[in-house]
Write a protein that binds this ligand. Sequence first.
Ligand SMILES: [Zn+2]
Length: 338
Amino acid sequence: MTSVPLRPPNAFIRQLPKAELHLHLEGAVEPATLLELRQRHGDRATLAEVEALYRYTDFQSFLMAFKAVSEHLRGPDDYELITYRLMQRLKEETVLHAEVYVAVGVCLYRKQDFAAIFEGLERGRACGARDFGVSLLWIFDATRHFGVEEAQKVFELAVRYQDRHVIGVGIGGDEMKAPPELFRSVFGYAADNGLRLTAHAGETGPPESIWGALNLRAERIGHGFTASQDADLIEELAQRQIPVELCITSNLRTGVCKAVAEHPAKNYFDQGVMITLNTDDPALFGTTLSREYQLAQETFGFTDEHLRELARNSFEASFLPAEKKLELLSLFDAAAAR
Ligand SMILES: [Zn+2]
């Protein structure tokens, strides 16, 4: 891994109220939790065997690692537990609100009973909200390289569960195999039904992939790493204040960014792009949201004031209903004023 040794996140960062907008449920399952699930399933795996699943060398093998972890998630109880554990971690990180991707495309591909799984997800969310006071909304994620018809099925499920904390849809997976243009009609369908739209774009794909996502009316861009290659695109993102969900450690670990100093996070910020910091797949990338803030500060010299602005952005860029957003922003402002 290309990374600088980091000090543990300082108290300011840990206590800064944050929201997280780019976070995959399956990529947040810690090895110890996965081991517990496997033992529940009667599997005699060891922690070392479980940890081996979390190793990869590049973006393609990372996708395989994500799949390997997901394959051990079975029934609703598993999804309930991983949601609850995630919310426990979010509380420890002073994350007040998270918008969490569920790889519904993978569940359908594996022919899981999604209706039952969704009940597990919602039980975990409700218990987590009660015990940790964390707000969580779901984003149903289609795996783009499974194709448009599969994405449509995912988005139909999002519409079905829309009144149960499903706020939007996204596309993830292999950008190079399935460009955004393919998804125009299904994104239109989701938007027409009142769902919010986000898309992974410019992670492994070129700036055109980000333009494509904007043409799909994506309201936020997941990663946007390659936007730095296109000055017009940066200007467009800045002018329209399209939030970009940056995931610095993720980009380093998958090898799309060769060295942390080359990451465009600070350039985007200086050019007026509305950036947010995110973990993407914290367990697979060995990171936490506080660690991402610490990394940004240590690498790029973001001041505490800058970090406060990024944290505020994370609430502003959320898909929360206006009233709840205002409530969290006033909590944020009160905490920041102390
Ligand atoms: Zn992602």
